[in-house]
Write a protein that binds this ligand. Structure first.
Ligand code: HEM
Length: 213
């Protein structure tokens, strides 16, 4: 419930709602939900997300030593790189062979720049990806049917926490409530979250472009 949320979490949700609505409506997400996305494209989507998570999570780990909010809020189990590696293995994708699409490369560059210029803003990027697990649970059901997957490799990224999803999201909100953010920091987090939503949409566009896969 939003009344239990610290102000920063209220702001993040309210000030990115428009982009969440668009994300849900994106053709890639719709085709995924309908079980109509070819498996090859699903695997290619996971491959691009692998590059994003690897870069973001490496930057966050490095910044946690100096930025208390990152250390307080971001737990080891939230790092999705290992889950993506399991999924890529399941689909026979060699992680070393993945080439970043143009939109992915732009996001990787933004993450790297942010990590050195304003590392706290990495939390805004992370919020979008961690929050997306709330809806991914439903997408996992569609993917399970479409690609004949059982819970486990292939579906790890879409449903990393299984029965713990609600608890872990509640914990994320509670840990955020334990941290202080200045107005300027909150503005930065909202800006970073909006940039992440836009980047994910751009990556999805690239994936659906005829020459992508
Ligand atoms: C078909 C696609 C999607 C569906 C059906 C979906 C659905 C949902 C649902 C049901 C929630 C929980 C809402 C609540 O309990 O208040 C949620 C939360 C969230 N989703 Fe999605 N989602 C989708 C795609 C995405 C994508 C692509 C992203 C990121 C790029 C995303 C990011 C988030 C975030 C950050 C939250 C947490 C919002 C908050 O409470 O602060 N979602 N989504």
């Amino acid at each position: 419930m939003s009344s239990d949320r610290p102000v920063i979490m209220q702001r993040l949700k309210a000030e990115t709602q428009d982009l969440h609505d668009s994300a849900e409506k994106h053709e890639l997400q719709r085709r995924l939900m309908k079980g109509e996305l070819p498996q090859e494209l699903f695997a290619a989507h996971l491959a691009q997300l692998f590059l994003v998570h690897k870069t973001l999570e490496t930057a966050i780990r490095a910044a946690q030593a100096n930025v208390t909010q990152l250390a307080t809020i971001i737990k080891g189990y939230q790092f999705q790189e290992p889950y993506l590696l399991e999924d890529l293995k399941h689909f026979g994708v060699d992680p070393a062979s993945i080439a970043a699409l143009p939109a992915t490369q732009r996001l990787l560059d933004t993450i790297t720049e942010t990590a050195s210029a304003s590392p706290l803003a990495l939390l805004g990027f992370h919020y979008v990806l961690e929050g997306s697990n709330n809806g991914s649970k439903y997408i996992a059901m569609a993917a399970a049917k479409a690609y004949q997957l059982k819970p486990g490799p292939g579906l790890r990224y879409l449903d990393p926490y299984a029965d713990n999803q609600r608890e872990y999201w509640g914990q994320f909100i509670a840990d955020t409530a334990r941290c202080a953010f200045t107005d300027a920091e909150s503005d930065q987090l909202v800006g970073a979250a909006r940039a992440m939503y836009a980047a994910i949409a751009d990556i999805s566009d690239d994936l659906l472009a005829p020459s992508a896969v």
